[in-house]
Design a protein around this ligand. Structure first.
Ligand SMILES: *[C@@H]1O[C@H](CO)[C@@H](O)[C@H](O)[C@H]1NC(C)=O
Length: 189
């Protein structure tokens, strides 16, 4: 009897673990750009922070429009700002896709003072005066849970809005309200 209860518990546990480790589909950098990054620095894992931003660009709602939007941002960061790569670790498209920027462990350029210890996730669009699509919010949260389950992000990772740590309106008031629903969000940077 006892062992049967244990077996059922184990099944329940492994089922809940499987749900937690489900990662969103990530469109690789090589799938949206042919321009390679310059110099690369790596982050030390597990990473303690995730910083949320918005791109302050028009939104996009299809794979092809999001792809060109992401590559435009990369070009702006590399050609205009003179950076080695797109500044964000990941971008969330209005098409419901995650676009890999510099990725989980390559150092980005998104939040002065936090680039060496955080992953920067940017939502494509401007959410200061406009509601953000809940699908985008859920996908970003799923990405964070995925990073935790893979040991890339610390289990007690702190998610912050850009405005909590640098002088910026990012990620926009509407999106900032949304991320405060996540258990990983911290009021204390
Ligand atoms: C939110 O985004 C998803 C994924 O792109 C889309 O299917 C859905 O129609 C969008 N919802 C609204 C209200 O725009």
């Amino acid at each position: 009897m006892m062992s049967r209860i244990c077996f059922v518990l184990l099944l329940a546990l492994s089922a809940s673990f499987a749900t937690k480790t489900k990662c969103p589909n990530i469109i690789k950098r090589s799938q949206w750009s042919t321009v390679p990054p310059g110099e690369v620095n790596y982050l030390i894992v597990p990473i303690p922070y995730v910083i949320i931003h918005h791109t302050v660009t028009p939104e996009c709602s299809t794979r092809s429009s999001c792809t060109s939007r992401v590559d435009n941002i990369r070009s702006f960061h590399m050609d205009t700002n003179g950076w080695d790569d797109i500044g964000y670790s990941f971008l969330i498209g209005g098409d419901g896709n995650v676009y890999e920027g510099c990725g989980w462990t390559r150092e980005g350029a998104h939040t002065y003072g936090y680039n060496k210890k955080s992953v920067g996730i940017a939502f494509i669009g401007n959410f200061e005066r406009k509601e953000v699509n809940q699908t985008m919010v859920d996908i970003a949260h799923q990405l964070i849970k995925c990073g935790k389950s893979q040991g890339i992000l610390r289990n007690n990772v702190r998610v912050l809005g850009g405005r909590q740590v640098i002088s910026t309106a990012s990620p926009g008031s509407y999106l900032y309200t949304k991320i405060q629903d996540w258990s990983e969000w911290s009021s204390d940077p």
